[in-house]
Design a protein around this ligand. Sequence first.
Ligand SMILES: *Cc1c(COP(=O)(O)O)cnc(C)c1O
Length: 421
Amino acid sequence: MSIQTLISQATTPSSPFDTDSFNQVVMSTYARFPIALERGAGCRVWDTQGREYLDFVAGIATCALGHAHPALIEAVTQQVQKLHHVSNLYYIPEQGELAKWIVQHSCANRVFFCNSGAEANEAAIKLARKYAHTVQQIEKPIILTAHDSFHGRTLATITATGQPKYQKNFEPLMPCFHYVPYNDIEAVEVAISELDEGDYRVGAILIEPLQGEGGVRPGDIAYFQKLRQICDETGVLLIFDEVQVGMGRTGKLWGYECLGVEPDIFTSAKALGGGIPIGAMMSKSFCDVFQPGEHASTFGGNPFVCGVALTVCQTLEQENILQNVEERGEQLRVGLQAIAAKYPNHISEVRGWGLINGMVLNAQIALTAADVVKAGIDEGLLLVPAGPKVIRFVPPLIVTEKEVEEALQAVDRAMASVTKE
Ligand SMILES: *Cc1c(COP(=O)(O)O)cnc(C)c1O
């Protein structure tokens, strides 16, 4: 079924979604925007009242192929009809195929599959700790992470996340994490030398090539190249969290390609399954020190998710989607810069790579990213904040020139509405 056919299949608008009864039974971990989405096709979604939105969130940088992509529908349907779950007690051909694709298309030699970004980072943290104990000979290995980073919501990954707001009230945190400012090489050098004391020593650095949740902040090429050099000289492992920027989001398949350095270990999740829950931790062979029984996941790498993720990977290649990401990303940034020039008192910067971009609001004014996102919803455009002052643009990677143009017009209208006297 083509996307055009799906778009034309209108549903009957129902009464407003009952948010009160929803909130009575679902834990209140999310401050949700007051719409309920029930259908999607391509870069568009419809709410329960039949209202159409252009989706520049894509399930938070996840639905790389958009909604109801024919290849995704076919992969999901076929794999469920064949076999969906068996556990890792047995060999899973689809898991092997997906791992082979990742290894052939990255600097990694080995893959471990799990179900989410946080779990992928947990696996990387465990691997780094075992490597420290068995190879680096560190009794108490310290992992360096960056201020304003985001690595997930499990206890180890909130500890790794350099933002106190995610840690508050969940103490005690995991020991042996230390934070340094992002893009500041001197801070890393100081930390590595000062934290080398007794049983303690830095064993690994866990860092995002571009900070996503922390405000769409790209990594400096010079900083990352120096990081690589320091890690080579000291034997510290370099781990990249590619959960948000990997799988083509930046216009390159992996974020590290934008920086010209290879990590020793990296993680992926969000876009890997195009919206099907899957996470993965990749490593070079020299640091794959796991033995059977040391790490595991019941669902991880099952035939269903791996079959679907492999289709997502192959579709990225076959439809030449990375080129679209570069072109549409450039178009979007140029358009956003023109809007920023219209509102110089409100917008201070536009930044990003490929199709992960942030529009930064002036720190001196009261206007928040959430205000602009709400105004966007009123204009039929879905956006997501990245921190209090940055509006993030992460559309499906298949977004068209016309859709980017349409989104820019909606942003312009949203800015006009939030800035009017
Ligand atoms: C979203 C995200 C995570 C967490 O992924 P989950 O699937 O929500 O656990 C980790 N790291 C980065 C960089 C992310 O953007």
